[in-house]
Design a protein around this ligand. Structure first.
Ligand code: ZN
Length: 141
């Protein structure tokens, strides 16, 4: 894969300095997801306050795409309502699978992952953090 096509600066920044990266301190809503085809492993916990995301912890050992997507996700979804976070995650994961359109403005740093949609085997890498967040929100709701 041509990393240049994937806005490597944004991806590498999030890969090297993943936001909200932590060992899971409270496993009450912990989700554990693995992607055996790539070797990615994400543990994620979220905390809601008044229906909004007040905390996200991501313990990810994975490839750059997996780590960067989960990092951008944690940064963008903090403070959002649980419903908005689930809706956005579904739109973004659908977008990577070729369903629907999203503007650069909506994508924010996720624009760096737009090219992943060309590589079906990597789509799972970029979506698993989002699936984990939705699953954690369901546990909490
Ligand atoms: Zn991966």
């Amino acid at each position: 894969m041509e990393v240049d096509e994937l806005y490597q600066d944004i991806i590498l920044d999030h890969y090297k300095n993943p936001r909200h990266a932590a060992k899971i301190s409270d496993s009450s809503a912990m989700i554990d997801e693995e992607n055996p085809t790539c070797g990615d492993h994400i543990k994620l916990n979220a905390r809601l306050e008044g229906g909004r995301i007040a905390g996200i912890e991501v313990d990810c050992t994975g490839c750059a795409i997996c780590t960067a997507s989960a990092s951008i996700m944690s940064e963008m979804m903090m403070g959002k309502s649980a419903a908005d976070a689930v809706a956005f995650g579904r739109r973004f994961t659908g977008f990577l699978r070729g369903e629907g359109a999203m503007s650069d403005e909506e994508l924010g740093d996720l624009v760096a992952l737009r090219g992943v949609s060309q590589y079906p085997l990597r789509v799972k890498c970029a979506t698993m953090g989002w699936h984990a967040l939705e699953a954690a929100i369901r546990k909490l709701s």
